[in-house]
Design a protein around this ligand. Structure first.
Ligand SMILES: Cc1cc2nc3c(=O)[nH]c(=O)nc-3n(C[C@H](O)[C@H](O)[C@H](O)COP(=O)(O)O)c2cc1C
Length: 184
């Protein structure tokens, strides 16, 4: 298998991190990978807020968990009670926002996120795509000011990044292979 395919196969969501910060040149390569993603009409309808301030990371996490505990969905309440941090102690968190009037902002941002996750894996940096922070974005009305998000953009997802505590390659979740059809 070539390096790209190996990275795709070996990437896992990482939920245990060292507190040591990732190197600036590694972060730059991950951000470069983000903006190298395809985007509808090449609109590049994304914006990235890189947070390396431990206090702000903790504040977003604790407010997210607080909101999760108010959810009508039981599994979210349970996760809110069980989880210590939605970022699992990662020292870098990237908020990914999309252009409100874009052609396909969620798809563009998702392509950028997947590129970041694969770039991180190629550098042996752990990562996880976080959707739960939506509970924070939907309820904290001043989040755009706090996160320097430009006018006309809204946050969709966050990505946690950091060195892995456990470097062993893990087997991923079982995949449904009954999802292909071939028309020849
Ligand atoms: C849109 C999206 C949202 C996700 N949100 C979270 C999240 O909030 N917290 C989390 O721990 N993992 C989250 N994940 C990671 C998935 O749980 C994970 O990708 C899935 O279980 C498969 O595991 P793998 O990434 O190791 O292959 C999210 C993934 C996606 C694509």
């Amino acid at each position: 298998m070539n390096e790209v395919l190996l990275n795709i196969k070996n990437r896992r969501s990482v939920r245990r991190y060292k507190s040591e910060q990732i190197k600036r040149e590694e972060l730059d390569q991950i951000l470069e990978a983000a903006i190298s993603a395809p985007s509808a009409c090449n609109e590049q309808s994304w914006f990235f807020t890189v947070i390396q301030n431990a206090e702000l990371i903790e504040e977003i996490s604790s407010k997210t968990l607080e909101e999760m505990k108010k959810s009508p969905e039981e599994w979210i309440v349970n996760m809110g009670n069980k989880c210590k941090s939605v970022f699992y102690g990662a020292p870098t968190v990237i908020v990914v926002s999309g252009k409100d009037q874009g052609y396909s902002p969620i798809t563009d941002c998702s392509a950028a996120i997947q590129n970041m996750l694969l770039a991180a894996e190629s550098l042996n940096i752990g990562s996880v795509w976080i959707g739960l922070t939506d509970h924070y974005f939907k309820t904290q009305h001043n989040y755009k000011e706090i996160l320097n998000i430009p006018e006309g953009y809204s946050a969709f997802y966050t990505v946690a990044l950091g060195y892995k505590i456990d470097n062993r390659i893990k087997e991923g979740p079982k995949k449904n292979r009954e999802v292909f059809t071939f028309i020849e």
